[in-house]
Design a protein around this ligand. Sequence first.
Ligand SMILES: C[S@@+](CC[C@H](N)C(=O)[O-])C[C@H]1O[C@@H](n2cnc3c(N)ncnc32)[C@H](O)[C@@H]1O
Length: 298
Amino acid sequence: MNDISIEGSEPFSKYRSAQLFVGSDISDEACTEIRDILFQGRGFDLDGYKDRCIKRRIAARIRNLGYRRIEGYIALLENSDVEQEQLLEALTIHVSQFFRNPTTFSVLEEQILPELLLKYRDKREVRVWSIGCAGGEEPYSIALLFDELCRPNDLISIIGTDVSADILEKARSGVFETHRLVEVPDPVLAKYFSQEGMRYRLNEQICRKVRFLRHDILQDRPFLRIDLILCRNMLIYFSRQEQERILRALANSLAPEGLLVLGRAETMVNESRELFTCVDPVERIYRKRDENAPLSGS
Ligand SMILES: C[S@@+](CC[C@H](N)C(=O)[O-])C[C@H]1O[C@@H](n2cnc3c(N)ncnc32)[C@H](O)[C@@H]1O
């Protein structure tokens, strides 16, 4: 298949002076065509994602390449494995940081993780799942907290999953740009990271505590008997209907009384509210409801 080529398209400078190509310039039909190409070429299903969000990102990709018309871009996409990969990357934004929203991590450090350690100490491992983990910043932050809180015999299992194989490869490397580390306290930086030029390498012993697996939350079977799920800043990309379906699946993934952390801009939707009780409304922390408890107890 061809590599990316924008031969025959208008140069960006010329295009810029014309009206800017935006998401609303992409018809539903064109969007369906793009969705079919990505599904057939990459097995990635755009169906559950919010239309407006998807169209905005496709438009940004088209602008970056300098295309003026969607037809030209669709022809490129059909014929280029590389462009299919690039578009997938543009659609799945991997913004993350160690200890992103530090107050959430304070509650995890002071309340949630000690509770889990106490509950399962000498019984079984504590199981954590970070969904849409991007470059690993989130599950590694949990591993760092546990490293300070654990006793020598405590058993912890942390998995980080993401739909993007490329970003997981980065996560496994354990090397991070400085801007991913701005919330890391200085003593933690000094103890667990070593500087390599403009980047920082996370201590290998912490890296080994997180297992990274490719997993599409819309298509793959969920993991089970999890004590703590972090599903932050990913639900926002999905339609409400899809969010509800995912939240229902996450309730099934959790062990009894298991905990779920959403992003600060995310919340329970529709009937998923009945599956959880709220532990911390500001930090968006929820506990799986005991199926036998009356609903009025929320
Ligand atoms: C904005 S990042 C959030 C990273 C991290 N959870 C945080 O809050 O800092 C969203 C991540 O969700 C991933 N993602 C998008 N769609 C997904 C899907 N269907 N299944 C699993 N991960 C997905 C993206 O690849 C991206 O890495």
